[in-house]
Design a protein around this ligand. Structure first.
Ligand code: F6P
Length: 552
C-alpha cells in the first residue's frame, strides 16, 4: 500500500495563521483602494502561458497575499506532489493508482514509466489507431452493415465518459464536420435514448460506447437499447454489431462480454481518471468531429499548459495562481461557490464539465491520512455563458449578500463573420468585470441625479473579485490549454487541503442503493421494506402506479 501523506491540520500551521490574520486586514480593503494605490496593477498582476492570458488584478489581494499563499503551498508540498504526479507515482492512494492524464498529451518519444512500462508509447499506439479509424470514417470508407457510409455518430457514456466529449464537441463545433451528425446519450432516462436516435437511420449510425469500467448502469442500459435499435433497423443480423459499435474502455473483458469485438475497442488505462479523460480515447467522438490533426493540436494545448505548470515560476504559474486564489476565497472569505462565465456560446457546456472536474475531485472530507479535513474543501462550481447569464443571475453577483468569485473567459478573435457582434460580446465581459470590481457608489449616483430614495436600491458595492482569462481564439489548442489549466488548479487546491482529488467514493452509496431499489420497484407481490418510512412510502406509491400502468 502507498503511504499516504501525513500533514498537520491546516489550521494548526503558522502559514494558515498568517493568512488568517492577513485576511482580517484585507477584508477592510476594497478593489477601488487597491487600484488607486497601484496604477500599474492591471498590467502587473497578469500572467500568460500556453496561449492564455490571465488578469488576476481584480482580486482582493496584494503582493503580500500572494507571498503568504505561496508559503502555504510550499508548506503543503504542492510542488513536490506535482512532481510526483508527473513522475507517475501512485498518488491516488485510496485506489493505489498513478494519476497520469499528463501522459495522454505527452509528445511521441517522451518517457513516463508506470510499473516499469513507458506509457507514452501505449498512448500513441491508441492515438494512431483512433486516427486511422477516424480517417476511414471521415472519408466515408467505414460503412455500416448494409453498405451505407456512417453519417451519424452517437456517443454513449456518463460522467467523465460524456461531459468532456459533449463539452468539446460543442466548443469545437465551428471546426467540426457539419455533414456528420453527432449526438450524445448519458442519462438512464429513456428520453435521452429516444431523443438521440430520433429521425436517424440505424444503417448509417455508429455507436461509441464509452465507459472506463464498462459496468456503469446507465451506459450499459443505453448500450443494450442501442444494440436492439440497431439490429431492428439493419435487418436483425447480429453481425451488424461489428460495423455499428465501437467501445472505449479499460475493461476488454467486459467489452467482449457485452458483444463488442475487442478489435473495435480503443483502450485507456486505470491511471486516467474518468473526469480527466476527454483527451484519451474517450475523446474519439471529438476526433471524428474535428479530425486527427486538430485533435493532436488540442493535445498540444494541454501539453503546453502541463509544461508551464511543471516548470514556471510560482508568481507566473497560471494553475498555481488560480488554485491559490480559489483557496483564498473558499477558506478565508468563506465563499462557497465559484461562477465560471464563458463569453462564448460554444463553451456553453464548459461549466457543467468543470462541475465534475472540480467537485468530484475536491468534494472530499477526509485527508490522505484518513483524518477529517479541518477546513472547507472544494467550492461549488457553476455558471452559464455571458451575455445570457447577465439577464438572469448576475443581479445576485452584483447586489446579493453572498460573495461569488467569478472566472470570466473571453476570446480576442471572433469565429464568425459577424465581428461587430463579437465586439459587443467582449464589451460586456469587460464591463461586467469592471462593474463587479468597482460598483457604483451613492456619491456617483447622486452626481448622476438619481432619486435619493432609490439610491440604496441602486448602489452596487463592488469589491466582487474576478479572474479574466483571454485567448486569441477558441479552437482545439486553446481549449486544451484551458482544460489543463483547470485540471491543475484543482490539483493545487487538493494538494493544499491534503485530500485525494482522484478518487470518488462518495458516488458509490447511491449506486448501491439504486441497485437494491430497482429490484424492489420491479418485484411482484408484497414487499417487506427495509428502508426509512419516507423511502418505503415512495417505493409503494411508485409500485402502485406501475401496477396501474400494466393494468394489474
Ligand atoms: O459515478 C461516478 C463515475 O465513476 C465517474 O467518476 C465516471 O466518470 C463515471 O462514473 C462513468 O464511469 P465509467 O466511465 O466507468 O462508465
Amino acid at each position: 500500500m502507498n503511504t499516504p501523506r501525513s500533514l498537520p491540520p491546516l489550521q494548526a500551521t503558522p502559514e494558515w495563521a498568517a493568512l488568517a490574520s492577513h485576511h482580517r486586514r484585507m477584508r477592510e480593503l476594497t478593489l477601488q483602494q487597491l487600484f488607486a494605490g497601484d496604477p500599474a496593477r492591471g498590467t502587473r498582476m497578469v500572467a500568460e502561458a500556453a496561449g492564455l492570458y490571465l488578469d488576476y488584478s481584480k482580486n482582493i489581494i496584494t503582493d503580500e497575499t500572494l507571498r503568504l499563499l505561496q508559503a502555504l503551498a510550499d508548506a503543503r508540498g504542492v510542488a513536490v506532489r506535482r512532481d510526483a504526479m508527473f513522475r507517475g507515482e501512485k498518488i491516488n492512494s485510496t485506489e493505489e493508482r498513478a494519476v497520469l492524464h499528463v501522459a495522454l498529451r505527452a509528445p511521441r518519444g517522451s518517457r513516463i514509466l508506470v510499473d516499469g512500462r513507458n506509457v507514452v508509447e501505449d498512448v500513441h499506439e491508441v492515438l494512431d489507431r483512433m486516427a486511422a479509424f477516424a480517417g476511414r470514417l471521415r472519408a466515408g470508407e467505414w460503412c455500416g452493415h448494409t453498405g451505407k457510409p456512417i453519417r451519424n455518430i452517437i456517443s454513449i457514456g456518463i460522467g467523465g465518459s460524456d461531459l468532456g466529449p459533449v463539452m468539446a464537441y460543442e466548443a469545437l463545433k465551428a471546426c467540426s464536420r457539419r455533414d456528420l451528425c453527432f449526438r450524445f446519450i448519458s442519462n438512464v432516462d429513456p428520453a435521452d435514448f429516444v431523443e438521440a436516435t430520433q429521425g436517424l437511420d440505424a444503417a448509417e449510425t455508429l455507436f461509441i460506447v464509452c465507459s472506463k469500467t464498462f459496468t456503469t448502469l446507465e451506459t450499459l442500459t443505453n448500450a443494450r437499447a442501442a444494440r436492439a435499435w440497431c439490429l431492428a433497423g439493419t435487418g436483425g443480423d447480429e453481425a451488424a454489431v461489428a460495423r455499428h459499435f465501437v467501445a472505449v474502455s479499460t475493461n476488454a473483458q467486459e467489452v467482449a462480454r457485452f458483444g463488442i469485438d475487442t478489435a473495435n475497442m480503443f483502450g485507456f488505462w486505470d491511471w486516467v481518471g474518468g473526469r480527466y479523460s476527454m483527451d484519451s480515447a474517450i475523446g474519439l467522438s471529438t476526433m471524428l468531429a474535428i479530425g486527427p490533426d486538430a485533435f493532436r493540436d488540442m493535445l498540444a494545448g494541454f501539453h503546453a499548459m502541463d509544461e508551464h505548470f511543471r516548470s514556471a515560476e510560482p508568481g507566473a504559474n497560471l494553475p498555481l495562481l488560480m488554485g491559490l486564489l480559489a483557496v483564498w476565497y473558499n477558506n478565508f472569505f468563506g465563499a462557497q461557490t465559484v461562477a465560471v462565465l464563458p463569453y462564448s456560446r460554444y463553451l456553453g457546456r464548459f461549466p457543467a464539465y468543470l462541475q465534475q472536474l472540480t467537485m468530484e475531485s475536491n468534494g472530499k472530507h477526509a485527508t490522505l491520512a484518513g483524518q477529517a479535513v479541518d477546513v472547507p474543501t472544494g467550492p461549488i462550481y457553476w455558471g452559464e455563458p455571458g451575455t445570457d447569464g447577465q439577464h438572469s443571475f448576475y443581479q445576485l453577483l452584483h447586489q446579493g449578500t453572498r460573495l461569488v468569485p467569478c472566472d470570466l473567459i473571453g476570446f480576442e478573435q471572433p469565429l464568425q463573420a459577424l465581428a461587430g457582434q463579437h465586439d459587443l460580446l467582449m464589451a460586456n465581459l469587460l464591463a461586467q468585470a469592471e462593474a463587479l470590481a468597482f460598483g457604483r457608489s451613492a456619491e456617483q449616483l447622486r452626481a448622476a441625479h438619481a432619486a435619493e430614495w432609490l439610491i440604496p436600491h441602486r448602489v452596487c458595492e463592488g469589491n466582487r473579485p474576478t479572474n479574466i482569462l483571454m485567448a486569441e481564439r477558441l479552437g482545439p489548442r486553446s481549449l486544451g490549454s484551458l482544460v489543463a489549466l483547470y485540471e491543475h488548479s484543482v490539483f493545487v487546491q487538493g494538494a493544499i487541503w491534503n485530500i485525494n482529488s482522484f478518487d470518488q467514493w462518495g458516488v458509490e452509496l447511491g449506486k448501491q442503493l439504486a441497485q437494491q431499489i430497482i429490484t424492489e420497484l420491479q418485484a411482484e407481490g408484497d414487499l417487506r421494506s427495509r428502508h426509512d418510512s419516507s423511502t418505503s412510502a415512495l417505493i409503494e406509491r411508485y409500485r402502485a402506479a406501475r401496477r396501474r400502468r400494466s393494468g394489474g
